[in-house]
Every structure is written in C-alpha cells, then in structure tokens.
Design a protein around this ligand. Structure first.
Ligand SMILES: C[S@@+](CC[C@H](N)C(=O)[O-])C[C@H]1O[C@@H](n2cnc3c(N)ncnc32)[C@H](O)[C@@H]1O
Length: 258
C-alpha cells in the first residue's frame, strides 16, 4: 500500500492524466502483475512470441513503436533493442521504474502521450479530437508498430470521467468511449509499416461453481476481424478482486493488423 502511494506520488504525469485515473491504474497494474506473476505468465509469453515472430519476418528493422508500452511485460524489449536502430515507447504514463530501466537502453525513447487524442477536448481546451499519432504516421523509418494491450484501456477512463462530470458530458458525444476504440483501430490502419494488435476483447466473471455471473464487451461494440490467435488471460483469479469471483479476459492477437 505504501509502495503504491509512493509510486503514485513519484510518477510524473499531466493533471488530466491523473484525473482520468491512469496513474492509479498503472500503479495498480504493477502491483497486481507482481501478485499474479504466475497466472499472467502465459499471456505475456504469448504476446512476446507474436512480436518476436513478426520481428523475425521483417525485411528492415529501423524504428519500432510500442503503443501502450506501460510496464513492457508483454514486449520482448531486449530483442527489439538488439534488432532495431530506435525503439519508441509511447504511453500516457511511464512509471519511475520504467524510466530508470530505460536510461540504460541507448536506443530507447519514451514518449508520454494520450493516445485517445481527446484529453484536451475533455478539458475544454479544444473543440474536438487531436491526432495523437500525426508525427509517427509520417515517419518514413517505421518498420514495426505494436498496439500492446492498450485498446481495451481507452474506453473506461473516459466513461468514468463522463460519469463524474455530467455537465461537461452533456456537451460531448455520448458514444465517446466507443469512438476512442474505433479511432485507435483507424489510427493503426494509417501506418505503412507492419502493425501488430494485441488486445483483450471480452471479459467474463465466474463464480466458484463455474457459472458466468457477468460479462463485458471490452471493445464497446466496435467490430474487429477474427484474430489469428486467441487465449484466456486470468486477469483476476479468485481472491484478487473478489473472494468468490474470478475475472477472465479473452485476448486476441492480430500479427498483421492492417
Ligand atoms: C493493460 S496496460 C498494458 C501495458 C503494457 N503493454 C504491459 O503489458 O506491461 C495498458 C496501458 O495503456 C496505457 N494507456 C491507457 N490509456 C491510455 C491513453 N489514453 N493514452 C496512452 N496510453 C494509455 C496505460 O497507461 C497502460 O500502460
């Protein structure tokens, strides 16, 4: 608990990033990942294998971009650093331990960025979405883009913020959370490089008898093509979020998304 508080305070972040709960969530994900290291291992191994396979297939390896890099648990960072001239890690939050680790990686750059493109709009600083990837899409040296378990995380902070700010919500499109998901998919389609999409797409909660007690479409109704690979990620085994409930996410991998 104290470590989480210290980490939240030590993490540099913009005001809206904090208000959207993204720092708290990153810290929570860090500590849950430590507790659930064994339960999450297969998910991370499979994600890293999809990226490693794509790297082996690429004809050129100049710049790799990881969108939603976070704690890098799903990314074979050593492999990327050894193979690419530049590795760009893009996330709204880079925790201090990641910042420290990356100081020793000479070809890694951290970019702190909101990938929904709507944070300025929510704050009343602009009249619409700004393009979060304009510079990266134009970069002629990109050979690989990975959207790393980011997609499903784009909607809930906006939903929570709209619920907490009803006056502001009245002036904004009600389907903004789903639009953030659709925009990210459209953004991925703009890259000319190889694009890998890794994302959880569905959540089910089960009780100890195995009965499904809740279900959530993590893409908020936005359609995706069938994934090339899929697997279950036990995000919250029994006892993690609730004593008698487990939460399992279905993950898809699209190794060549565009
Ligand atoms: C489920 S985590 C995955 C992190 C990383 N790929 C890993 O497995 O360690 C989702 C990541 O998306 C980031 N994220 C969520 N909303 C974001 C936004 N609007 N802009 C940029 N990053 C965002 C979070 O900060 C978090 O690092």
């Amino acid at each position: 608990m104290l470590a989480e508080l210290a980490l939240r305070l030590a993490t540099p972040a913009a005001r809206m990033t904090r208000k959207l709960g993204l720092v708290t969530e990153s810290v929570a994900l860090w500590s849950r990942g430590l507790r659930q290291r064994r339960a999450w291992a297969e998910h991370h191994t499979r994600c890293r294998a999809v990226v490693a396979q794509a790297v082996a297939e690429l004809p050129a390896r100049r710049t790799a971009v990881i969108l939603g890099s976070g704690l890098l648990r799903d990314i074979p960072l050593g492999l990327l650093c050894a193979n690419f001239e530049r590795v760009l890690l893009v996330d709204a939050v880079h925790l201090p331990q990641i910042r420290l680790r990356m100081r020793f990686r000479r070809n890694v750059t951290l970019l702190t960025r909101d990938l929904t493109g709507i944070v300025g709009w929510l704050a009343g600083e602009s009249d619409g979405r700004s393009d979060p990837l304009v510079d990266l899409v134009a970069d002629p040296e990109l050979d690989l883009v990975v959207s790393a378990n980011l997609l499903s995380q784009l909607a809930w902070p906006i939903e929570d913020w709209l619920a907490d700010n009803p006056d502001r919500a009245e002036t904004l499109p009600p389907d903004l959370p789903a639009r953030c998901i659709a925009w990210h998919l459209a953004d991925l389609g703009r890259f000319r490089s190889r694009v890998i999409l890794l994302s959880d797409v569905d959540m089910i909660e089960r009780d100890r008898s195995g009965a499904i007690v809740d279900r959530l479409d993590l893409t908020r109704g936005v359609e995706l093509p069938a994934p090339d690979e899929s697997w279950d990620w036990p995000v919250a085994p029994f006892g993690e979020a609730a004593r008698d409930r487990e939460s399992i996410h279905r993950v898809g991998a699209w190794p060549d998304f565009r």
